[in-house]
Design a binder for this molecule. Structure first.
Ligand code: NAD
Length: 255
């Protein structure tokens, strides 16, 4: 087997359509020699159908990342398909509508708590659930949207992403001794289900297509997926707690 991830065994969360960033990660990973196990949330038969569009059919394990029982059983269920994991991809985000689209001042705590549970705390939960299968050299990779700024319409999801960025650094701190890395990819706006659920998301689209120094495609998930592959590979052996921007350079310029 050849390729950047030759022989690596990956757990990839977050596939719901073939536009999901996770789908591109799974596809490129298989094309580069990895064995992929997917997790699916909610509409499992849909995820299984999408999984058949990968170069190699991939098994799908049910995982609601807020469900302690499913998390506790994850390692055993993954073991039915692979004997260990070299990488875990967290490509999960959700916030109730009240938390998005300008609702920052009015969103109730219960809704904010849901956003933080699914989008922030789950990064740690997923990593810990997979840890029994991992060893030195392993990597956890997640997806963020640059949380150093307050964006119009992103609201509590922005706060959740700021927490995710911090959680990734703490995971790097706590898993470093075991030789396991934790890094994030900060992607520019991409037209996925999660993005379409944000009222006013088109504001990001316009800003990026007009201003990103390298230009930006709203429908090309591959650049973000490639960065995930690089971070999962052996080519960032001494990098952890890092955030790699894959945004056409938007973060580097003044508006
Ligand atoms: N699309 C963008 O513009 C963009 C930009 C930067 C970062 N991201 C991040 O990329 C990641 C993937 O999102 P996407 O854009 O590919 O959208 P997507 O809608 O394709 O994927 C989001 C995934 O989260 C899963 N999910 C939601 N609640 C869950 C739960 N309780 N348990 C397990 N899974 C759950 C959904 O099933 C779905 O597969 C998210 O973290 C998102 O915030 C997206």
């Amino acid at each position: 087997m050849s390729g950047l991830l030759a022989g690596k065994r990956l757990l990839v969360t977050g596939v719901i359509t073939d536009a999901s960033i996770a789908f591109s990660v799974a596809k490129l990973a298989q094309e580069n020699g990895a064995q992929v196990v997917l997790t699916g949330y909610g509409r499992l038969s849909l995820v299984e159908r999408i999984a058949k569009r990968l170069p190699e059919p991939a098994p799908v394990i049910e995982l609601d990342v807020t469900d302690p029982e499913q998390l506790a059983g994850l390692a055993d269920r993954v073991r039915e398909h692979v004997d260990g994991l070299d990488g875990v991809v967290h490509s999960i985000g959700f916030a109730p509508q009240s938390c998005l689209g300008g609702g920052f001042l009015d969103a109730p705590w219960e809704d904010v708590a849901t956003a933080l549970h699914v989008s922030t705390y789950s990064y740690k939960s997923l990593a810990m659930a997979a840890l029994p299968l991992m060893s030195a050299g392993g990597a956890v990779v997640g997806l963020t949207f640059d949380a150093t700024k307050a964006w119009p319409v992103y609201d509590w999801m922005g706060v959740a992403k700021a927490g995710l960025e911090s959680a990734s650094r703490y995971l790097a701190l706590h898993l470093g001794k075991q030789g396991i890395r934790s890094n994030l990819v900060a992607a520019g706006p991409l037209r996925t289900i999660a993005a379409k659920s944000i009222p006013g998301f088109d504001q990001f689209e316009d800003a990026w297509t007009e201003r990103a120094p390298l230009g930006w495609s709203l429908t090309d998930q591959e650049p973000a997926a490639r960065a995930c592959l690089a971070l999962l590979s052996d080519w960032f052996p001494a990098t952890t707690g890092e955030i790699v921007h894959v945004d056409g350079g938007y973060h580097a310029i003044g508006a």
